[in-house]
Write a protein that binds this ligand. Structure first.
Ligand SMILES: [Zn+2]
Length: 218
C-alpha cells in the first residue's frame, strides 16, 4: 500500500432505517439530491467495483466537487474516513464518516470514449463509459448542466496507487464484497454516480457488478 495506512471505520446505521435503498446495476447511473444532515452510503456489493462519483452544491449548481481543493484541504491524495469533500469555492460539501474499504481514489478520473481509445484501442470508441453516464444523469437533473459541469471525480472503491516515481497505477482492487463508504452532507448536495462499465482495466476486475445506495435522515 505504499506505506499508506487504511483508516477503516464501521457504521452503526441499519439498512431497515434507511429512507432510500436502491441497487444501481453494473454500468448504470444514479443521481439524487441530499438534504442537510442526510447520510449517503455506497456499497460495493460484490467487490472490486469502481463507483465514479461527483457532488454539486445544489444551491449553487455550478459549484462542483474539486479534487484540488479536497486534496489541498486535507494534505493527502487518498480519500477515507474524516476526508472533507470540498467544492471549487472551498465550501465543504460532505464528510466521509465511515469507510470499511479504507482508501479511495480521486486522481484517476472517469473513463470516456476518448481516454479508452488512447489507453486501449480505437475499437473501444463505442464502448459504454462513465463520462457519457454522467452527462445523461446530469441532463435528467437540470438543463442548466452541460459538459462544462463535469470536473475530475472521485472513484470510490478504486485502487490507484501513486508509485514512488510519481506514476499512477490502475491496480487490482483493495475493496471486497460488502465494503461501503458513508458520507454526511453538509447542505443540499446533488450526488451523481456512474457505476463504471469499464472492461479494459482491472478497476472492476474486468467484470462490472452492481452497487447499492442507501440514504438516512440524521
Ligand atoms: Zn468508468
Amino acid at each position: 500500500m505504499n506505506g499508506v495506512s487504511l483508516a477503516k471505520k464501521e457504521s452503526q446505521r441499519k439498512a431497515e432505517d434507511a429512507i432510500l435503498d436502491v441497487t444501481v446495476p453494473a454500468g448504470e447511473g444514479w443521481s439524487h439530491e441530499l438534504l442537510p444532515g442526510q447520510v449517503l452510503r455506497i456499497i460495493d456489493v460484490e467487490g472490486n467495483q469502481a463507483a465514479d462519483t461527483l457532488f454539486y452544491d445544489a444551491e449553487h449548481p455550478h459549484d462542483h466537487y474539486s479534487v484540488t481543493r479536497t486534496i489541498a484541504g486535507q494534505g493527502g491524495i487518498y480519500l477515507t474516513t474524516s476526508s472533507v469533500l470540498r467544492a471549487e469555492s472551498g465550501k465543504p460539501l460532505l464528510t466521509i464518516i465511515a469507510d470499511t474499504c479504507g482508501r479511495h481514489d480521486t486522481l484517476g478520473g472517469a473513463c470516456s470514449a476518448e481516454s479508452n481509445t488512447v489507453r486501449y484501442a480505437h475499437d473501444t470508441l463505442p464502448m459504454h463509459n462513465c463520462r457519457d453516464t454522467f452527462l445523461l444523469e446530469l441532463a435528467k437533473q437540470s438543463e442548466r448542466y452541460g459538459k462544462r459541469d463535469l470536473p475530475p471525480n472521485i472513484n470510490f472503491f478504486m485502487n490507484v496507487p501513486v508509485t514512488p516515481a510519481g506514476e499512477l497505477q490502475f491496480a487490482d482492487g483493495i475493496s471486497g464484497p460488502g465494503c461501503y463508504v458513508e458520507l454526511e452532507s453538509h447542505g443540499r448536495t446533488l450526488a451523481l454516480i456512474s457505476n463504471c462499465p469499464q472492461l479494459n482495466n482491472p478497476c472492476n476486475a474486468y467484470n462490472p457488478t452492481p452497487i447499492r445506495v442507501l440514504i438516512w435522515d440524521n
